[in-house]
Design a protein around this ligand. Structure first.
Ligand SMILES: [Zn+2]
Length: 141
């Protein structure tokens, strides 16, 4: 009893100045610590890039060449030479139709060959005499 009293009266209990508040435990972020503020990835700046496509369309593949029923002077799109086309007349669908019509009208096939002999009933295929390139077809309208 006395010891207790003496302790209270004389010797103050040892008082350890403790920190105002215990330091918080180190934050634990597991495997994904937050990036330092300085290294924070900035938001992607808005891009004002305007993709300008050439207004002018691509050059036409080939200027349509006016072809006639016969050899026609033209510029070869393949060898770019100024040539006179070589013409091959080939029967086309109309040739067969005319032939069939003649066959029906005549009642025989006597005239069936006529359309195949008529240039006007055939397509005129134009070829370049220099490079043999196919240039175009002319069809009677
Ligand atoms: Zn040519």
């Amino acid at each position: 009893m006395d010891a207790t009293m003496e302790n209270k009266m004389g010797l103050p209990p040892p008082y350890e100045p403790t920190a105002p508040s215990p330091a918080p435990p180190p934050s634990y972020f597991g495997d994904n610590p937050p990036p330092p503020a300085g290294l924070a990835v900035p938001a992607v700046p808005p891009r004002t890039t305007v993709i300008t496509t050439p207004a002018a369309p691509a050059a036409p593949a080939g200027r349509p060449i006016k072809l006639g029923p016969g050899p026609t002077g033209a510029s070869c799109p393949t060898c770019h030479k100024s040539i006179v086309t070589r013409v091959d007349f080939v029967p086309n669908t109309r040739t067969h139709i005319v032939s069939a019509a003649l066959c029906v009208l005549a009642g025989c096939c006597c005239g069936c060959f006529v359309p195949y002999c008529m240039r006007s009933c055939k397509s005129a295929n134009h070829y370049c005499p220099a490079c043999k390139a196919f240039i175009g077809t002319y069809q009677h309208s």
